[in-house]
Design a protein around this ligand. Structure first.
Ligand SMILES: [Zn+2]
Ligand SMILES: [Zn+2]
Length: 180
């Protein structure tokens, strides 16, 4: 099984420009999902190939809740020494330090907001949960999509006005009930 796995790996991948000391990436040549991660079946289960590589190398699965992250930022890379096991927040910190998360790019990089990994309500500024706000064709900030959804729901509740016919009916009923 392990030989079959490594047979599908191209060890002559690109050298990461931000960390050339890592050496070339080992690219998965088989199926990749839409986010560029390799996918294959391993012990009868479909797994991401960098997690399979980690499992083969360490002789155990990644711990529950732990992410296998890439030093090289190359999702299809399965080179064991390019991988590390970390929590979601390690991954997030790593991503921010490499500038991989959506941040402001209009030169205001010293804006402390660009360094935040979570919104004020603690939701992660992950690529899936971040909306880039634009002003005059430039990024002007980031919004948390969970919070945007919650506040839209709250506004809808606040602005809720009962249908006029219902209001009229309620008034009519009250009038009748008020009669002796
Ligand atoms: Zn790599
Ligand atoms: Zn939020």
């Amino acid at each position: 099984m392990n030989t079959r796995f490594w047979n599908r790996v191209n060890k002559g991948g690109p050298v990461p420009t931000h960390k050339p000391e890592l050496g070339p990436c080992w690219l998965w040549t088989g199926y990749q999902n839409h986010r560029g991660y390799g996918q294959a079946s391993f012990n009868g289960k479909v797994m991401l190939t960098h997690r399979i590589s980690f499992t083969i190398q360490r002789g155990r699965l990644p711990l529950a809740g732990m992410k296998i992250c890439h030093h090289c930022d190359n999702p299809s890379c399965v080179r064991p020494d390019h991988l590390f096991e970390g929590t979601d927040s390690d991954n997030m910190r790593d991503a921010v330090s490499k500038g991989r998360l959506p941040t402001l790019i209009d030169g205001r990089t010293n804006n402390p907001n660009t360094q935040k990994t979570h919104c004020k309500n603690g939701h992660p500024f992950s690529p899936e949960n971040t909306k880039i706000r634009m002003r005059n064709g430039k990024q002007s900030g980031r919004s948390c999509i969970i919070c945007m959804r919650n506040s839209a729901r709250e506004k809808a509740r606040r602005d809720y006005v009962p249908h006029p016919r219902k209001t009229a009916l309620t008034a009519l009923l009250a009038k009748w009930e008020g009669k002796p």
